[in-house]
Design a protein around this ligand. Structure first.
Ligand code: SF4
Length: 298
């Protein structure tokens, strides 16, 4: 197992402005991720710091110690618009070191106090620790939780996401959160052409997500931007050499061709219809007016 170096840092701001996504703000208490998924698009951020998108991504994790304090200040500004903040867009907010630093939990406490909505994406089972906060946030401010699942096949999981908890354990945690009233579902992403895009794999994820009470299912197809592409192509050469050549043509740019993306999205839409799964925001409206909350948290 790779030795991980944790570097404590001070962030300049907590909230990052995001463009071209389904959310306007993101927050990442950590940079780098020991879950080490080979397709992770966040590998590129290490690459931009002149670190390797391979071993350094999972071997050097930056810990933004001051992020809860910064968030408190930023959400207190009169100009704050109470828009949804996405946690876990560039690193897993519940990777193991969160057990020590509790930065994600402290940030959730701030969101609770301010009555400001959040969405979370994770592959970790540690999220169950914060069930109390997520259950408070859901009705009062708005909270959506996505468990990222690419496959339920053990061999594929170990190859693609070697540092993550087993997918079925993630689904068990999702089910417990749903039972506690949290708007939790599955992000079937990324769908990896030639590896996880078989009808059998996609059907199994949608079916088992339904059986575990997912409130919604979303999906997207792999993209390979600079940094991530270098790492992923190396992975393909080692693990799927016959696919590597096809990928050089299909992924000449960062995205799969439109026909491929649309075909897969149609397939997922049909499976969702078959199993009665909806979209992420269908069942939950973000509160119209922000509220300062009186909560039982310390
Ligand atoms: S868990 Fe998420 S952030 Fe971590 S390596 Fe996997 S895809 Fe990247």
């Amino acid at each position: 197992m790779t030795q991980v170096r944790y570097e404590e840092t001070q962030a300049v701001s907590a909230l990052n402005r995001v463009r071209g996504m389904g959310f306007k703000w993101s927050l990442n208490p950590y940079q780098g991720c020991v879950h080490d998924c080979h397709y992770c698009f966040a590998r590129r951020y290490h690459y931009f710091r002149d670190l390797s998108p391979d071993k350094d991504f999972s071997g050097i994790v930056f810990v933004k110690l001051n992020i809860p304090g910064l968030l408190r200040r930023e959400l207190s500004r009169p100009s704050w618009g109470y828009e949804t903040v996405a946690l876990g867009t560039a690193t897993d907010p519940y990777q193991p070191i969160e057990g020590k630093y509790r930065l994600t939990r402290q940030c959730l406490e701030v969101f609770c106090r301010k009555g400001s909505p959040v969405s979370l994406v994770s592959k970790a089972t540690m999220m169950i620790r914060d069930q109390d906060l997520l259950a408070e946030l859901t009705p009062r401010a708005g909270c959506t939780v996505c468990f990222s699942i690419t496959t339920l096949d053990d061999d594929l999981w170990r190859r693609l996401e070697p540092g993550t908890p087993p997918p079925r354990k993630r689904l068990e945690v999702m089910e417990r959160l749903v039972s506690a009233g949290v708007n939790a579902g599955v992000l079937l992403a990324p769908i990896i052409p030639g590896i996880t895009d078989s009808n059998e794999n996609l059907t199994e994820v949608v079916k088992v997500a339904t059986e575990h009470g997912a409130r919604f299912l979303e999906s997207n197809v792999l993209n390979l931007k600079e940094g991530t592409k270098q790492h992923f192509m190396g992975f393909l050469e080692r693990e799927y050499p016959r696919l590597a050549r096809a990928y050089r043509s299909v992924y000449a740019g960062a995205f799969a061709p439109r026909y491929l993306r649309e075909g897969l999205q149609t397939q997922i839409a049909q499976l969702k219809q078959l199993y009665g799964l909806g979209n992420r925001y269908a069942e939950q409206d973000v509160p119209k007016r922000p509220r300062q909350l009186e909560l039982s948290i310390p």
